[in-house]
Design a protein around this ligand. Structure first.
Ligand code: SF4
Length: 345
C-alpha cells in the first residue's frame, strides 16, 4: 500500500460515467467510491461494494498524477518533433518509460482527454454532491488550476442529496466550477419509485431538480422507459412527464430499462409482476411520455439501449448527445415514433 501511496503516478479510475461524458472524452476524476444509496432494484453497478468518501488530499494526488502523465506525454511529443500531439509513437515511448502503467485503466482515458483538447471532466462515482461542500470546492478549484483548458465539469448527483443540500452550498459548488449534474430520475411515478427502491419520492425529484436549476447548474435528467413494464406503463409515462414538466431541465435523457443479471430485480424475476414489453410497447410508452411533455429541454436518446430501428434498418432516433430541442422538434420525434410503432407492431 505504501508503495502505491508513494507512487507519483498512482491514481484511481472508477468504472462508470454517462455516455455523453465518454463521447466528449471527459477526464474521469474519482471523488467517492461506489454509491451511498445502493438499493435500487434495477441497478447492479455497485452491488456488494462499500461506499467511501475520499479525502480531498487523496483526490488532489490523483489529479496531480494525471497532470504528471499529461506533462510527460507532451514532453515526449515535443522532444520528438511532434509539437505536443499525442500520437501512438508518443504513447508507445511513454509506456517504455512507465511499463507499470500499461494496464492502468485510466491512462487511455487521460490520453483521450488530451487528444480531445482537454476540455471536459466528470466526477465519479454515483453521487459526488454528497461530499462536504468545502471538500468539493477544494477539489474543483485544484482541478481547474491544474488543467486550465477544462471548460466543463460534470457529476452524477441524487435528487435527494441535492434536495437536502442548502441552496447556498449548491451555489458555491457551481461557482467553484461544477457545471452540470446528471440525475437518475428513472420515473416520476410514486408507486414505481417505491417498487424500485429509488430512495426518492416525486417531490424529492422536483425539489432536487429545481434547486439544481436555481443554483445555475445545467441539469440532465435520466428517465427509464419500460421500467414499470406493461402493467404500469401509462402511470410511469404520465407521472414522469408531470415531474419533468415541473423541473424543465436542460436535458432529458432516455436510458431504457433492461433487466440485468446481478440485480435484485433480475434475481426476483419470477416474483415480478412486471409485464415484459415488446419494442413496439416501449415506443408507445415513449410516445405517451413525450406527448405529455411541456418543456424547453433537449430530449436525448444517447444511450445504446435506444436501439429501435425503422424499416430501412437505420436507427429510428438520433443518438446525438445534444438530442432534439423541445418544443421545436416535438412533432418530428412523434412522427418518427409513429413510424417505429408501425414497423414494430
Ligand atoms: S442511486 Fe444510482 S448508482 Fe446508486 S443504486 Fe441507484 S441507480 Fe445505482
Amino acid at each position: 500500500m505504501s508503495s502505491v501511496l508513494n507512487d507519483p503516478y498512482h491514481f484511481e479510475t472508477g468504472e462508470y460515467r454517462p455516455p455523453s461524458e465518454g463521447g466528449s472524452s471527459s477526464l474521469l476524476v474519482r471523488l467517492t467510491r461506489n454509491c451511498p444509496w445502493n438499493h435500487c432494484t434495477f441497478c447492479g453497478m455497485y452491488k456488494g461494494e462499500k461506499f467511501e468518501l475520499r479525502p480531498p488530499s487523496e483526490i488532489i494526488c490523483d489529479i496531480n498524477a494525471m497532470h504528471r502523465i499529461s506533462l510527460d506525454l507532451k514532453e515526449i511529443s515535443i522532444k520528438s518533433g511532434r509539437k505536443g500531439s499525442i500520437t501512438s509513437v508518443v504513447v508507445s515511448e511513454f509506456f517504455k518509460k512507465k511499463p507499470n502503467l500499461y494496464f492502468h485503466p485510466g491512462v487511455g482515458m487521460v490520453i483521450s482527454f488530451l487528444n480531445a483538447g482537454g476540455k471536459t471532466a466528470f466526477f465519479q462515482d454515483a453521487d459526488s454532491l454528497i461530499m462536504k461542500t468545502g471538500d468539493l470546492t477544494e477539489v474543483l478549484t485544484h482541478l481547474k488550476a491544474v488543467f486550465p483548458s477544462i471548460e466543463r465539469i460534470t457529476s452524477y448527483g441524487r435528487s435527494r442529496t441535492i434536495a437536502r443540500k442548502p441552496a447556498l452550498d449548491l451555489a458555491q459548488i457551481h461557482h467553484a466550477g461544477l457545471d452540470r449534474i446528471h440525475i437518475g430520475l428513472e420515473t416520476g411515478d410514486a408507486n414505481l419509485l417505491k417498487i424500485i427502491k429509488k430512495g426518492s419520492t416525486p417531490e424529492d425529484h422536483v425539489k432536487g431538480g429545481k434547486k439544481a436549476m436555481e443554483a445555475g447548474f445545467q441539469v440532465s435528467e435520466y428517465w427509464m422507459p419500460g421500467l414499470g413494464g406493461k402493467f404500469r406503463s401509462k402511470d410511469h409515462a404520465l407521472n414522469t412527464a408531470k415531474v419533468l414538466n415541473l423541473i424543465n431541465p436542460h436535458y432529458i435523457r432516455s436510458r431504457p430499462f433492461t433487466p440485468r443479471p446481478g440485480t435484485i430485480f433480475y434475481g426476483n424475476a419470477s416474483q415480478n409482476d412486471h409485464g415484459p414489453m415488446s419494442p413496439g410497447d416501449q415506443l408507445l410508452e415513449i410516445r405517451q411520455t413525450l406527448e405529455a411533455l411541456d418543456v424547453t429541454s433537449r430530449i436525448c436518446f444517447d444511450h445504446a439501449g435506444n436501439y429501435w430501428s425503422g424499416q430501412d434498418g437505420r436507427l429510428l432516433l438520433s443518438q446525438s448527445y445534444e438530442g432534439y430541442p423541445f418544443p421545436e422538434k416535438k412533432q418530428q420525434i412523434l412522427a418518427l415514433l409513429e413510424k417505429g410503432i408501425q414497423y414494430d407492431s
